[in-house]
Ligand binder design. Sequence first.
Ligand code: SAH
Ligand code: SF4
Ligand code: F3S
Length: 477
Amino acid sequence: MYDSNPTLEGIKTMDESKQGSVLFKEHWQETLALGGKRFYIESYGCQMNFSDSEIVASILNEVGYSPTRNVEESDLILINTCSIREKAEDTVRKRLRFFETIKNQRPGTVVGVLGCMAERLKKKFLEEEKLVDIVVGPDAYRDLPNLIGGAEDGNRMVNVLLSREETYADISPVRLESNGITAFISIMRGCDNMCSFCVVPFTRGRERSRDPFSIVAEATNLFENGYREVTLLGQNVDSYKWENPETGERVNFANLLEMTALVHPNLRVRFSTSHPKDMTDEVLHIMAKYENICKYIHLPVQSGNSRVLEMMNRTYDRPWYEDRIRAIRAILPDAAVSSDIITGFCSETEEEHQDTLSIVEWANFSMSYMFFYSERPGTLAARKYTDDIPEEVKKRRLQEIIRLQNAVSLRHNQADIGKTFKVLVEGNSRKSDLDFCGRNTQNKMVVFPKKEGLKPGDYVMVRVKDATSATLLGEIV
Ligand code: SAH
Ligand code: SF4
Ligand code: F3S
């Protein structure tokens, strides 16, 4: 077991990692000539991880690997992992047990662990999981051909170096499992915030922004290939910043949004995630200016109580969050806002939990992703605070939040009955081939009966007739 590049300590630069993949390309082109190989990849966690898997697919394609959906026929099994909560890691370990049975049937198969769990556990992964051949962190994917080569020679390989520069800006992602209409574009990597509960700064490293021109080029290319919606991705998109090293020209997130909106009026632009401490009115005004920037903001509140927010190190308090919601309502009256919420954070009292319930009601979130607190090793909270809320209390509070959010979502959706929305057709509805589904600008899923000639990628006006807490039901007008 050894690191693929034992001489490089700490930060690896982009150029060094590029060299690795060029060197090994020749080796793999030989392999392709011998019959080509197949890789199978499974992704967990946030959209950024799914987006990274598309970068990985591109890197592997370059060296003669093609993707397969059938794990049984793959030469290389990759699992792109998430560490955000303990449960996410448990799921990965279960999948590894399953891959073990496959590897037992086909002993030559190489198994690789990518992503945040690889970064968090590093070499320990190889000690804990005997079937894993390679462990690769999120900034080391260019080294994959080299690592796979080493594994094929019988070594167990690790590269978990984090980078201050790597953005994979020059790699054109291979769209996996795509509907051909909507796509994600990573605009930055890492996170410089230190929310005390969160493992991401440890698994993804320092925040860095990608060259805006490469982002616009990717969006343009997607549009030319029939895509009609892009979502700009980052852990904290509002702190996007790029400076042209030659001219000193600066691009902030509002500028980037505008540049992307200008690609084409028929290309919708979405983004995620916004951080309440950084979301500016400038961004809201740009959203108001362009019809094709969707009127939807995912603005995680985490807790409705200022003391808990301070312990979470979110660096805003409840009044600040409320001010941001008021700004959205004033500048973008029709925008929907959604949230992430954590229940049962260290020392959270019943009263403080009530504050979270009240902010769900007050902010009128169209939807929320809701979790109970899961302590992550190495985080600020794990070091400073006791995880002292019993699991059944955490879960009961979570149920209360979920119940309230469902009611608020239903009310939010019912208020749309009778309204007409422009919907981008994404494909068949999940329940019936007779219906199409697509989203409106507020990111709400709309289901409606098909019409002759209408196809995925088209825009259509749909009047809402009925609503559940998750979906709007309508008909074409
Ligand atoms: N960058 C985004 C969030 C990324 S993680 C932001 O700042 O909003 C997605 C969500 O997972 C977080 O918003 C939080 O609600 C949840 N989460 C993160 N760490 C968690 C933990 N230790 N336990 C429970 N939920 C957690
Ligand atoms: Fe984690 Fe906070 Fe960064 Fe989001 S902003 S990824 S919650 S540290
Ligand atoms: Fe999970 Fe890593 Fe994303 S921990 S949520 S996959 S950044």
